[in-house]
Write a protein of this length. Structure first.
Length: 285
């Protein structure tokens, strides 16, 4: 069962270099053979050559030609709310879905400024009006990768296209159990993003579950460590301690928090992408 919900994307602050666990410095991912018409691309379009390595959130990263330079320091001021199609085990949501006030969230916008920091907000960054900001629609799935799951998502993607002619790509938050790793490789080489969803799909995962899945994706599917930048907690059940584990494992963004109040309603908790320097604006255990 596929359930549609608003999915918040948050970037993780970097710890001091001396305290970080370094991932193996492997080769860059293969280049994707994508042809599209940049003349048809809308202003600020990110989907023409070179295509984004991170299909789920191409505007959250800066690149200087070195994959290790893709740091969670920049939230481009021209972006839109992210509508994610999240496929869970039973279609249910058990993650944090309440307000910033309930979460005890506090962020001073006079001190937390782009490009290195951005507070959670229901208004676009940089003082832009919503009409000035291009829309990004994000497609994701999670759990094991098997032939029947890829058949489903490929049928879904085949019915959609970008206005500029570029192919639609997707992010798959992959867990170890029941996964066919040759298909993981094929999915990645085709230009899609592979992200971490733990080894055995446990809620509030310990470090071994997170890092073990990283190692499996690298060893069994050949995905470079530098290309595995995203994480989603099983059942969308995350905690502050889990976010700290992601920082220590050098993840760039988390996709576990959901928003329960529609953007058109007062008190909405559907925030624009923000950094986690001040922790999460959604309630977490």
């Amino acid at each position: 069962m596929r359930k549609s919900n608003f999915q918040s994307i948050a970037t993780l602050p970097l710890p001091p270099p001396e305290s970080r666990r370094r991932r193996s410095d492997l080769s860059n991912p293969p280049e994707n053979d994508v042809t599209c018409d940049s003349a048809k691309a809308a202003p600020f379009d990110r989907f023409c050559s070179p295509p984004p390595t991170h299909a789920s959130a191409p505007f959250l990263f800066t690149s200087t030609g070195n994959s290790k330079a893709m740091l969670p320091q920049t939230l481009v001021a021209l972006m839109a709310p992210l509508l994610a199609l999240a496929q869970g085990d039973d279609g249910s949501l058990s993650g944090a879905t309440t307000s910033a006030a309930a979460a005890g969230y506090s962020c001073d916008p006079s001190k937390c400024k782009l490009p290195k920091c951005n507070c959670a907000s229901t208004s676009p960054p940089g003082g832009l009006s919503p009409s000035e900001v291009p829309m990004f629609v994000i497609f994701t799935a999670d759990d094991a990768i098997q032939s029947y799951t890829l058949d489903s998502v490929n049928q879904f993607l085949a019915q959609r296209k970008n206005p500029n002619g570029c192919p639609i790509k997707m992010t798959y938050f992959t867990s170890l159990s029941n996964t066919n790793y040759s298909l993981v490789t094929d999915w990645f080489v085709a230009g899609n993003e592979i992200a971490d969803h733990t080894m055995t799909h446990v809620g509030d995962p310990p470090q071994d579950e997170i890092n073990g899945n990283l190692a499996a994706l690298n060893t069994l599917a050949g995905i470079p460590y530098a290309s595995i930048q995203g994480f989603r907690a099983p059942f969308l059940n995350y905690s502050v301690d889990m976010l700290k584990r992601l920082v220590s494992a050098e993840f760039t963004y988390d996709s576990s928090a959901t928003s329960s109040i529609p953007v058109t309603d007062p008190g909405t908790d559907a925030y624009w992408p923000y950094t986690l320097d001040n922790l999460s604006s959604h309630t977490a255990a």
